[in-house]
Design a protein around this ligand. Sequence first.
Ligand SMILES: *Cc1c(COP(=O)(O)O)cnc(C)c1O
Length: 375
Amino acid sequence: MLNKMIKFLDLKRINEQYAEEVIEAIIKVVNSGWYILGEEVRKFEEEFAEYCGVKHCIGVGNGLDALRLIIKAYKELGVFNEGDEIIVPANTYIASILAISDNNLKPVLVEPDEDTYLINPEEIEKNITENTKAIMVVHLYGQVCEMEKIWSIAEKYDLKVIEDCAQAHGAIYKGKKTGNLGDAAGFSFFPSKNLGALGDGGAVTTNDDMLADVVKHLRNYGSVKKYIHDYKGVNSRLDEMQAAVLRIKLRYLDKEIRKRREVARFYIKGIKNTLIKLPLYKDMDPLYYDRHVWHLFVIRTERRDDLQKYLAENGIETLIHYPIPPHKQKAYKELNYLKLPVTEKLSKEILSIPIYPYMLPDEIEKVIETLNSFN
Ligand SMILES: *Cc1c(COP(=O)(O)O)cnc(C)c1O
């Protein structure tokens, strides 16, 4: 057993837990003869809205489109205009930023907090101009951003708050779930996310009736009534098959989050190597455990590449989220001039170690021992 490679994420093992139910649900869809925008999507939207505690959920094709369609809908509503600025963390997955630039708005990249890796509220305020229209927060690695501070900045400058919840399904902040902590939120159900489909999927959540209505149109060619097109929409729909799978997996989400927290707790207690900085879980108070859903467990060391090699030699697979920040990518030549020292330093020092529900005690122990023996 212990000679076997410890995978970064074992999706097969996770999905095996409820394979029978999932297969049954898929067969039901096959036999229904209805595959796009039917009962499964409608029910999933209802159930996920209830889970998040919001009025509306609209299923879309993927997480990028969820974010893209929120911004597009705000443009349709006259809230945003081309050229407006949206503040976004610099150390995010490129999708957060693509959703902004694809709508011809300007992403304004700001530095994260050095300890939590979450967008730094002080940096947000420094970057606000008369063109700023929104703050896009990313609950990175599964931990909710400092919303209290962000809400007060948004109120002071009259900005929308858009949540990128792709890594933080089910995280709770002061009694409210992600997806209900801003004006609108985008979720991804990419297979490796904490709530993952068996293919692509995404959703928008909001309490705003008008925004929900526009997004509902936009995802389906600008139409909710066949052949009547009120907006120039796109084709980005959650499909019946994925919705049916997600309805099953949603029932296990809270249990799986608890299992992730258990792994995280073992790591935090067990990893004792002065070369390695553990994630600073800001609220170690048990009352606040629910603020982090541990999509990723990210450690930090100046000798990251050595450590990654050492772990690989010992059969432990790791990944880097993310090795090249968006502003250093060829795709964003216009941002290559930016100097974002915190983001750049982090990208060289961070390492994501295996964390997922149903990880075995032996595997967790081996990861801890291997990290402790690195010198
Ligand atoms: C995965 C992810 C996305 C994009 O989701 P897709 O479904 O792959 O389009 C957006 N933002 C963040 C932070 C993500 O991790």
